[in-house]
Design a protein around this ligand. Structure first.
Ligand code: RIB
Ligand code: CA
Length: 316
C-alpha cells in the first residue's frame, strides 16, 4: 500500500521533535509532504529553526519546512520555556541547520497544497497550537476537500489541564483555531493528556533509546533527559509524558489506542476555563459527535514501536 501523504504542523518542543523523528523513520507508511511550524512552546523563529535542526539530525534536509503564524488567531501569545527550555529543545546543542526555511508562509503552503491535492488524500498532524490550520480553513474552507483526516495532540478530559487548571497548553494558546479545526467536518482523532500522560519517558525507556547508538536516538535521549525534569517534579511521575509522538503512533499502529466518537467543545470566552475541552465522553448532550477522543493507550506497545523506529536510523 502506498504511504499516506501527511503534513506535520508543530512547535518543537522536544516531544514534537520525537514525533518528527518517528514519522521520518516510517517512509513505508508516511509520506511527509511538508513540515509547517507555528508559535507555541517557544516563539516562531525558534520553532522553525528547531524543526529544521531535526531534519538535519535525521539526515532529511530535503524536507520542506515552513514558518507559519507567530501569534494565535485572537489571543496574545503564551509560551512554555519553563518546560522546554529557552531554546525549545534544551538537551541538544543548538546549531544553524542546513535544512532551508521555505520562503512561502505555512498558511499559504497549506492552502496551495490542499487545494491541489486529490480529494480526501492528505492527513494533517497538528502537534502544537492549531493556529496555522485554523487560519487556513477560515481563509479558504475549500482546502478541506483535500483533507483525509486530522490527528491532533491537544485537550484533556479526565487529566485536567497542564497550563491552567482546566486547559491543555495547545488548546489554551489558541482556542479559536482549535474550535475551527475540531468543527471542520473532517474526521478528527484527538489525542489529549488522558493518553499522553500514560506514555512516560522513564529512565529505563530513555536508556533503551540511548542504547540504540545512532545520532537520532542519542539526540532523543538527550532531549528527553532534559524534558522530563519539570513533569517528574510537578506530578511526581517517573518520566515526562511523550505527548506529540502519540499522533504519529496512531497513524502507524491505531490498535495501540482506544478511542470513542463523541463531542468535543472548546471554551473560548471564560477567563477561568479558557481553552477547556469539554469532552462529552458519556454522550449526555445532543451535541454533534465531531471527534474520536483517545481514552487509552498501550504504553509498552507505544515504546516498542518508538524504539523500533528510532533503531532504524542506525541502518542508514
Ligand atoms: O500540552 C502538551 C503539548 O503542548 C505538546 O504538544 C507540547 O509540545 C506543547 O506543544
Ligand atoms: Ca507540541
Amino acid at each position: 500500500m502506498a504511504p499516506r501523504p501527511i503534513i506535520i504542523d508543530c512547535d518543537p518542543g522536544q516531544d514534537d521533535a520525537v514525533a518528527l523523528f518517528l514519522a521520518m523513520a516510517s517512509p513505508d507508511e508516511l509520506d511527509i509532504l511538508g513540515i509547517t511550524t507555528v508559535a507555541g512552546n517557544v516563539p516562531l523563529e525558534l520553532t522553525q529553526r528547531n524543526a529544521r535542526m531535526m531534519c538535519d539530525i535525521a539526515q532529511q534536509q530535503a524536507l520542506p519546512v515552513f514558518a507559519g503564524c507567530e501569534k494565535p488567531m485572537v489571543l496574545d501569545a503564551i509560551t512554555a520555556e519553563y518546560i522546554h527550555g529557552n531554546t525549545g529543545i534544551d538537551g541538544v546543542d543548538v546549531f544553524e541547520p542546513e535544512t532551508p526555511l521555505q520562503e512561502q508562509h505555512a498558511v499559504d503552503y497549506l492552502i496551495e497544497t490542499l487545494l491541489a491535492a486529490e480529494e480526501g488524500s492528505v492527513t494533517l498532524v497538528p502537534t502544537g497550537p492549531m493556529t496555522n490550520l485554523g487560519t487556513a480553513i477560515e481563509r479558504e474552507p475549500a482546502i478541506l476537500n483535500g483533507v483525509r483526516e486530522i490527528v491532533s495532540m491537544g485537550g484533556a478530559m479526565r487529566e485536567g489541564g497542564n497550563r491552567s487548571p482546566s486547559a491543555e497548553f495547545n488548546i489554551l494558546v489558541d482556542p479559536h483555531a482549535a474550535d475551527i479545526v475540531y468543527n471542520c467536518g473532517k474526521p478528527v482523532t484527538a489525542m489529549g493528556l488522558d493518553v499522553t500522560h500514560k506514555v512516560l519517558s522513564t529512565r529505563e525507556r530513555v536508556a533503551r533509546i540511548r542504547d540504540l547508538g545512532n545520532g537520532v536516538a542519542e539526540a532523543t535521549a538527550d532531549m528527553l533527559s532534559f524534558f522530563h525534569r519539570y513533569d517528574t517534579k510537578k506530578y511526581g511521575s517517573e518520566g515526562a509524558p511523550l505527548h506529540d509522538p502519540c499522533t504519529v503512533a496512531w497513524l502507524l499502529q491505531p490498535g495501540l489506542f482506544e478511542t470513542r466518537r463523541c463531542n468535543l467543545s472548546v471554551e473560548k470566552q471564560s477567563e477561568l476555563t479558557l481553552g477547556h475541552t469539554a469532552v462529552d465522553f458519556w454522550h449526555v448532550t445532543d451535541r454533534p459527535h465531531n471527534v474520536d477522543w483517545a481514552s487509552d493507550i498501550d504504553a509498552a506497545g507505544f515504546y516498542e514501536l518508538l524504539i523500533d523506529r528510532l533503531g532504524r536510523y542506525g541502518d542508514s
